[in-house]
Design a protein around this ligand. Sequence first.
Ligand SMILES: [Zn+2]
Length: 230
Amino acid sequence: MCIICTGEYKTVENLTILNCAGCARVTEIPMICGLQTLDCSNCTSLIKISVIPGLKRLICSNCTILTELPVIPRLQELYCCNCKSLKELPIICGLIILHCSGCIKLVEIPMFSGLETLFCYDCTNLIKIPAICGLQNLVCSRCTSLTELPTISSLRELYVYRCPWLSQNNPKFAENLKKLRFLQKKLMRRYIGKKLEALSPQISEIYYSPGCKGYELAKRSFYSTSSQEN
Ligand SMILES: [Zn+2]
């Protein structure tokens, strides 16, 4: 039981943060005026989340029977990992962070202009990731249906291992790898050279599917770059 089930939420004035995580009874999250952060993760009976205008952060991971999410205009962060019944994601302009790993029914990631972080690993039915201009962090490991990676010039961090259908013969693969290597060298020179390693952005590793040519290539390149710079 949570304050939604008991109706107590109606009596609270200026409710901006609501946590009803783990309630196995709640089936619907109502519209709550002024709410900015909602954590309704692990609500295993939840089937509906209402449009809450003004909501900036939504955490609804492990809501296993939830099939859809509403379009929430001002949402900036969406965490919907392991929503195993979720078939598609709403298109929300202005979304900055999206964590949707383990959503096994998702087939594609929609185009989000402005997205900076995308964690979509273990989405085993995912076929397509669009070229999102401005994306900085992409983790799409173990997406076993993924056949293609977009070229994203703004990328700073890329984790993509155990994606058996990704082809290293694709020109986009080579282009991504080239850009990441260039960025890596540049950052190492700038930060490690000045002994400010701690400030360096996290691009310590590039992984492509283990055992594949690209992975070995990336690994060798990384270690040889590190030893040269040190
Ligand atoms: Zn409840």
